[in-house]
Design a protein around this ligand. Structure first.
Ligand code: HEC
Length: 182
């Protein structure tokens, strides 16, 4: 092998190395993705002290009024049995572990006389907030999540339809409410 041949081989190696280098730079450039500034998916991690049946987060945004229009008062009455260990529903009846729920729809939060509410509810009430359809719908899904600090020890009702049915029943026993379902 003479030096000319060695130079040729050396030259060929250099050319190949250069080619690979250029190729790497070009593909890097073509296939690089822009850095995401924010996480694309925000995962909703439920509280760990919730019962297992309630941990599936709700994915679908629902139109509350649409559910109310289709709701069943009869089923709502059944769902309300879940509340009777702590709440009365009749006009003028006493507060139990929870306040009386007669006339609850559109009632200002935290105003039943003689009931010791949490600060969480008192603050909302002091802000003139009331139990609208929407507020009830979200509170009853998961009271502690929607209203941190509440002392209502109830896990919530997962099925949107059951909540809507229950709210239609609550509306039925709320003669002072001016909200209509349509
Ligand atoms: C284990 C007892 C318990 C059960 C069961 C329960 N609640 Fe309650 N509820 C409470 C307590 C205690 C409060 C007061 C919460 C506070 O002050 O943070 C409350 C408050 C409320 C309020 C707010 C009332 C107001 O005057 O501002 C609503 C509305 C309500 N409950 C609806 C319901 C419904 C509907 C159910 C049935 C699906 C239910 N609760 C089941 C104990 C209970």
């Amino acid at each position: 092998m003479d030096s000319f041949e060695i130079n040729k081989i050396f030259g060929a190696i250099c050319a190949t190395a250069l080619f690979i280098l250029v190729l790497t730079i070009v593909t890097d450039f073509l296939y690089s993705e822009p850095e995401l500034e924010q996480q694309a998916y925000v995962v909703d991690v439920p509280d760990m002290d919730m019962p297992v049946a309630d941990v599936t987060p709700e994915v679908v945004e629902v139109d509350v009024m649409e559910l109310l229009v289709m709701a069943s008062l009869e089923n709502g009455q059944k769902v309300a049995k879940k509340c009777v260990s702590c709440h009365n529903f009749e006009a003028g009846s006493a507060n139990k572990i929870g306040p009386n729920l007669y006339n609850i729809v559109d009632r200002q939060m935290g105003i039943m006389d003689g009931f010791a509410y949490s600060n969480a509810i008192n603050e909302r009430g002091a802000n003139n907030e009331s139990w609208t359809f929407e507020n009830l719908f979200h509170f009853l899904e998961n009271p502690k999540k929607w209203l941190p600090g509440t002392i209502m020890g109830y896990a919530g009702i997962r099925k949107p339809k059951d909540r809507a049915d229950l709210i239609v029943y609550l509306h039925d026993i709320s003669p002072d409410s001016e909200s209509t379902i349509e």
